[in-house]
Write a protein that binds this ligand. Structure first.
Ligand code: ZN
Ligand code: ZN
Ligand code: ZN
Length: 753
């Protein structure tokens, strides 16, 4: 009888892995044991050779859906005569099991089947879950991950659930949030003031009715409150946008099932697999012509953020509605999502017509994750539900670091022992609620992972809420605080994700970051080597009339650029019409006197300026809208000529867009289509990347910063550099935008001598 010792690494704790191993062993008549250990799970099996072989195959191929096996190492050991069965063992005394906080996981196929089957105990029960699915991170108060330390502690198990919970043969063995209609949470429909209207099935049907009638529903979901509206109704969406103060920013759409989603969007096999995975993110997909969703879901945008119901409650509700709904986080623009019941009533009372709620408390807000699949892999745009707070390997065990991140799309990173945990997307820190959420998340991470940071890291910007919190904590704890330049952090994050110690060339291209010289950076070529960076290229700075006000007003960037490259007072004719006469006068006076006109080398602002000069978007919109519309326009045009640059400087290659602007204006005057102009601009950026890469002369180039959310730009730059022999790396597990700033700060701080 062979006996094997097997070590498994990957996502194998807190995901029902040990019970699954137990069942696999028992089904094959094997004896032995399984237990958690710091690096994963270890086990021993003994039995006939064919059975142990088949067990090893199952260990690779039949792991429970939320688990992920990265490595299996097995070796033959001495046969033992004393075990008579297979058992799940507690982790050995003194073992330092790294605390694992599992992410929240979408309803598994088995639970979905159970809910849909009349006669099952959990038929149509909106809080069905098991070891493979359901709430985790959003309901955990502390560790060990045990029911008494979750918000399920207020729901004592009924005898049937207790039996399932205690039976290692059951897929609900030690499923901490296990519940049923007898003992678990319940559903309520309520007025905005909290007055109850209906319960259970009636509440569900009532909520569906609200949506079908074109009204707005606040839904207490998995990681917070969401606002829902009929995705096919222009009127309902107009109401939602007006109440939420959300201009034209795209809204995500939840479809009842995969076929209805595929009827509206192009989703192939890879997309379908990701949509139906335990992470079940929002995926950006190409919208099909004639899709049964209102154009105002994502105005002027060929893509649609689409996802599938990921909780039993969403599943039942969407089925009752019978069509797609817009499903967006419950907040006013730029505020964090509401997640506590009392706070939700106050903050969403005037946004929603009706509330569909339940009595399972949510402990921390976790938004839906947003991804895009390009031909060659995923790009994260927002990393939250399903992914946070999973740890990832990073670095090689230097000092432990707590990094507080940037200001927008904020996240927090905790680095220790060669592993990094990046918090869920916390969003914009401008509001008081945003700053409080940041402080609470820091407490959470430190408590969960029991790490005492030895260093703190933050942005160079003196006024960020994250910087202020870092300064306070550093003083309180008596720790060194390392301030990391924004674009250095971008480059270091991508280098660290790919295990590149440097030197690497980082093309850090984004909207706004506080530069080492006090100006606003964002079109940067930096040589990054661990804790150090050297600026080897940047865009020629131009003034931004009104500073931050220019971020949402592309014509201001265009005016600033025109002033810099064409001379004071020069306004291209095509741009004149975009301004009110009085407004133009004020801005020109500001530019002439250099009043509140900070200099920027930001590529994001150059995108805005070009979008305005190309006639694609002059007027105000949401941040990044002009750049997105420029991308979509460029996608429509065939490849061809690229606008030129003028370079100056030896050490630092400054890219001057004078030829680019001149050619663009000539094209416009000659009647070139905006799409052509947009394409030529994108091609110019690929040339710029190559010029800077040749100047730096390093083999590895990392692409980081919000501009690389642009799929076309990323593809063109990657192709251009790869053809010339450079090795190009981009973010795969973390977002290219400011969601990865904390990660880069942590890597830089750990590498600092
Ligand atoms: Zn399940
Ligand atoms: Zn029960
Ligand atoms: Zn940035």
């Amino acid at each position: 009888m062979p006996r094997l010792h097997i070590a498994v690494e990957g996502i194998v704790q807190g995901v029902g892995f040990r019970p699954a191993v137990f069942r696999m062993a028992e089904a094959r008549g094997l004896t032995g044991w399984v237990r958690n250990r710091p690096e994963g799970v270890e086990l021993e099996i003994q039995g006939p050779a064919a059975a142990t072989e088949d067990f090893l195959r199952a260990l690779r191929d039949e792991v429970p859906p939320p688990a992920r096996v990265d490595r299996i190492a097995s070796r033959r050991i001495t046969e033992q005569t004393e075990d008579t069965a297979f058992e799940i063992r507690e982790s050995g005394a003194g073992a330092t099991v790294r605390p694992v906080v599992p992410p929240d996981l979408a309803t598994c196929p088995e639970c979905a089947r159970e809910m849909a089957t009349p006669g099952e105990r959990r038929h149509r029960y909106p809080f069905t879950n098991c070891t493979y699915c359901g709430p985790r991170y959003t309901i955990i108060e502390g560790l060990p991950y045990d029911r008494r330390l979750t918000t399920m502690k207020g729901f004592p198990l009924c005898p049937d659930c207790a039996r399932e919970y205690g039976d290692p043969r059951d897929r609900r063995f030690h499923a901490q949030p296990v519940a049923c209609p007898v003992c678990g949470p319940r559903l309520h429909l309520a007025a905005p003031d909290g007055a109850p209207w209906a319960e259970g099935e009636a509440a569900l049907q009532g909520a569906a009715e609200v949506l079908r009638e074109g009204r707005i529903l606040a839904l207490k979901g998995l990681g917070g409150y969401q606002l829902l509206a009929d995705a096919a109704s222009d009127a309902a969406l107009a109401k939602l946008r007006q109440r939420k103060r959300r201009g034209e920013k795209p809204l995500a759409v939840m479809f009842p099932d995969l076929p209805s989603l595929q009827a509206a969007c192009e989703a192939g096999e890879a997309e379908a697999a990701l949509l139906q995975s335990p992470e079940a993110p929002i995926l950006l997909l190409r919208r099909r012509p004639g899709a049964a969703v209102s154009a105002s879901v994502a105005p002027g945008n060929p893509r649609l953020g689409a996802f599938l119901p990921y909780t039993p409650l969403h599943r039942l509700l969407l089925e009752a509605v019978g069509g797609a709904v817009v499903c967006t986080s419950g907040n006013l623009s730029d505020e964090p999502m509401a997640f506590r019941d009392d706070e939700a009533r106050v903050r969403l009372g005037c946004l929603a017509d009706t509330f569909l709620v339940h009595d399972r408390p949510i402990l921390r807000p976790v938004d839906d994750s947003v991804l895009r699949l390009d031909g060659d892999g995923p790009t994260f745009l927002r990393r939250a539900r399903g992914y946070a707070p999973l740890a990832a390997p990073l670095g090689d065990g230097g000092p432990s670091v707590l990094a507080l991140g940037g200001h927008q799309k904020n996240t927090v990173a905790l680095l220790a022992g060669g592993q990094v945990v990046l918090s869920q997307h916390l969003g914009d820190l401008t509001s008081v609620d945003g700053a409080e959420l940041l402080a609470r998340t820091v407490e959470d991470l430190l408590a969960f992972f029991r790490v005492r940071p030895e260093r703190l890291a933050c942005d160079l910007h003196p006024d960020y809420a994250s910087t202020r919190l870092a300064e306070r904590l550093a003083a309180e704890w008596g720790l060194p605080l390392i301030r990391v330049q924004h674009h250095h952090a971008h480059g270091a994050a991508c280098a660290a994700e790919h295990g590149l110690p440097g030197p690497v060339l980082a093309l850090a291209w984004d909207g706004t970051g506080y530069g080492a010289d006090g100006t606003i950076w964002g079109g940067e070529a930096l040589v990054v080597t661990g804790a150090a960076f050297r600026r080897v290229g940047h865009l020629r700075p131009f003034p931004l009339p009104g500073g931050d006000a220019a971020v949402r007003d592309p014509k201001r960037s265009a005016l600033g650029l025109a002033t810099a490259v064409l001379g004071p007072g020069a306004v291209p004719g095509s741009l004149l019409a975009a301004f009110e006469a009085a407004e133009l006068g004020v801005l020109q006076a500001m530019l002439a006197r250099d009043l509140n006109c900070p200099q920027t080398s930001s590529l994001g602002r150059l995108f805005d300026a070009v979008a305005a000069l190309a006639g694609i978007r002059e007027r105000r919109g949401f941040e990044g809208q002009a750049a997105m519309e420029l991308e979509f326009a460029a996608e429509q045009a065939a490849p061809g000529h690229a606008y030129g640059w003028a370079f100056s400087g030896q050490e630092v290659r400054v890219a001057d867009p004078v030829p680019l602007v001149a050619e663009l204006l000539r094209d416009r005057a000659a009647g070139a289509a905006p799409e052509t102009v947009a394409r030529r601009f994108h091609a110019a950026l690929a040339d710029l990347a190559l010029a800077w890469a040749r100047h730096a002369g390093l083999r590895d180039v990392v692409l980081a910063g919000g501009c690389f959310q642009n799929a076309l730009l990323t593809a063109l730059v990657t192709a251009r550099l790869s053809e010339a022999g450079f090795r190009v790396h981009r973010h795969r597990r973390f977002p290219p935008n400011d969601g990865s700033i904390a990660l880069g700060q942590a890597a830089v701080a750990a590498a600092t001598a």
